[in-house]
Design a protein. Structure first.
Length: 312
């Protein structure tokens, strides 16, 4: 090939490279535009919490859509499919009860380290410090956004009460995992024994101080509403020795029946990540709601929610 031919080939290559680069930039811009539109927010109306009124940087929404929306949904209320399939379900950022403090530093820590026992992975190795900070800002923004009234209004009142108490209410009731329990006196308990009752499964531990403090209140709740169809199942999650379980429970709630998990699988099947954890099963033996953490079962608003469940 002569000198002129080589020059012509070089010019063609340069033109092609320029056009390819332009095409990639257009595609990248289009992808960002799609992500912003899909989130329900625009750069013109989105302001970040703690950003002193500065408009959101264009990269933040696509970053959230890439790493977070699959589980938490574009608006932070939870992706319906992930909410139904993942246990425990992804957080609805608009919820009033969070497992950890709702501030920038704690959200950043969770993004970096993940939450053991859940589908929330550690992403510190994937994101820069700036990206982590941006995501934390955006999650705070979503948590403070107005709650859409449509989904709340469509939920039965008694389930709304549970949500207000910090329970995650399943969008679609799911058959509860099987129960294979034994009480300290050797009495077996199966799922069929919950028929036509509202059941609160209380996962507790012999070394969990909060669990032991709550047990007398759960025993009292059972005493008050058992005749109306309430059943409290206190399942020990950290010990399978019936004698140890019985002695520990008798110290704090004499007469309250507790159970050991014969299968050893219930904490996995019910996605118990921390103690205490509570799962509510309806009269059709469907799991309808769950939550982790301390709750005052004898508080009037909690009792009212229980009464409303019993009469739904």
């Amino acid at each position: 090939m002569n000198g002129l031919g080589k020059i012509l080939v070089l010019i063609v290559v340069l033109i092609a490279a320029t056009r390819i680069g332009s095409w990639f930039n257009q595609r990248s811009g289009a992808a960002s535009s799609i992500a912003v539109e899909g989130s329900g927010h625009t750069e013109s109306n989105l302001q970040l919490a703690g950003d002193s009124g500065d408009l959101a940087r264009s990269a933040i929404v696509p970053l959230y859509m890439t790493y977070c929306s699959k589980c938490h949904g574009a608006d932070g209320r939870g992706d319906p499919g992930s909410m139904a399939l993942l246990q425990p379900p992804p957080r609805d950022f608009s919820g009033s009860t969070w497992r950890f403090k709702k501030d920038h530093s704690e959200i950043s820590r969770v993004i970096q380290q993940g939450i053991p026992g859940t589908a929330m992975p550690a992403m510190g190795h994937l994101l820069s410090d700036t990206e982590t900070s941006d995501l934390a800002d955006y999650v705070l923004h979503l948590s403070n956004a107005p709650i859409r009234s449509k989904s709340v209004a469509s939920m039965p009142a008694e389930l709304n009460e549970l949500k207000d108490l910090g329970f995650y209410v399943y969008q679609n009731a799911m058959p509860a995992p099987p129960l294979h329990l034994t009480s300290p006196d050797g009495t077996p308990f199966e799922m069929s024994d919950t028929a036509d009752r509202i059941t609160i499964v209380n996962f507790w531990g012999t070394t969990c101080g909060h669990c032991l403090e709550e047990m007398p209140k759960l025993a009292e709740l059972q005493e008050r509403y058992g005749k109306d169809g309430l059943l409290v199942l206190s399942v020990c999650a950290d010990e399978d020795d019936l004698e140890i379980i019985s002695k520990m429970a008798a110290q704090v709630a004499p007469g309250h029946r507790v159970y050991a998990d014969d299968s050893g699988l219930m904490t996995q099947q019910y996605s118990v990540g921390s103690l205490p954890t509570f799962v509510i099963i309806d009269r059709q033996q469907n799991a309808i709601a769950s939550r982790s953490g301390v709750i005052d079962w004898l508080a009037e608003n909690v009792q009212q929610a229980v009464r409303d469940l019993l009469h739904r």
